[in-house]
Design a protein around this ligand. Sequence first.
Ligand code: GDP
Ligand code: MN
Length: 391
Amino acid sequence: MKIHEYQAKAFLAQFGIPVPKGEVVTTPVEAKKIAAELGNKVVIKAQVYAGGRGKAGGIKMANTPEEAEMRARELLGRRLVTQQTTPEGVPVSKVLVEEAINIRRELYLGIVIDGTSRLPVMMASEAGGMEIEETARLSPEKVLTSYIDPPTSFQSFQGRKLAYGMNLNPEDIRPAIELMGNLYQLFLAKDCSLAEINPLVITTEGKLLALDAKLNFDDNAIFRHQDLEGLYDWEQEHHIEARAAQLGVTNYIKLDGDIGCVVNGAGSTMSVIDLLTQMGGKAANFYDTGPAPTSEKIVNAFKIITGDPSVKVILVNIFAGMGRGEHYAQGIVDGYLQTNTRLPIVVRLGGTNVEEGKRVLAESGVNYFEASDLHDVAQKAVEIAKGVSTR
Ligand code: GDP
Ligand code: MN
């Protein structure tokens, strides 16, 4: 789960990491008020779930409160397109108004879980800021790494090694090591999958400060953290996926084709999507029902799929294993009838109680195309999507 920069900074502050003074606002007038309170130059920062804001015009400087209001007006209510977003971009409904900082150096500091070693790894670089991806690609030696052994936690010798590696001045070494330790404590305490400060700056006054912050949390651990509840900003997500998640239709990923897919099993879903592509078709979504889904869950999946205007045909591929054929069939019938859809539907049903399942479908009055196997269901769906009759 992602959160916004202003929320991430509140967590950093809780863990003793210095951040600039500032406040998040939703209107230009509030931006002016906060700028006046801060009393000096300010930075107006678009709050979106994407990096690369600086290069995309999502970070603006303002010398006066009036200017802050103008800059906030330019950002609020717009969509921001960055290197990390789709071409449609992400909506800007909040901006962070912060005291402007005079920067001496821009560093990078981040922690992620390394899948290979299965350990948290701290990454640090003296070349922080907006070019860090380029640096990692062209001069990987400039990104230092240090693996953290959870039982012994982050050790100060690791911090010293990273701090010297970043060529910090002697007086900055100690605060940097302390900050690294604090970032790891935050990472651990909140079950983060990513904790990143880019840039971590040294100000002209010689202070270490987190100028930007990004925290992602492990979705499987959210239930352990009441303070994370309600922080997710649904507006930032593709509207169809957001609606799916709100209806409890998990594992739904919007794709750019026109064949809506209801499939059980993640591997099976991927096979279907591959087959469709091979046959010249394109899936509108990835959706794995999971084993033995309730009828309500399938109905909700139908609501999402039939609500996607790009869908021309619904493909159902179910191989009943843990669930029974007639239960899946009833869910499909309920989904089709309750959404009042007119879309053509191709159904391949196999596995446990397949005969009972077919009877449920036949007696339902749903006018569906029957497919015999995986290949057949994909082929029929592609033909229908292309406007070729299959009967
Ligand atoms: P990102 O592009 O989405 O990662 O946004 P950041 O918050 O990292 O800001 C991008 C860049 O804007 C930083 O690397 C800084 O160079 C610059 N910037 C942001 N805030 C300030 C500030 O208060 N003062 C100065 N001088 N530059 C800033
Ligand atoms: Mn940044």
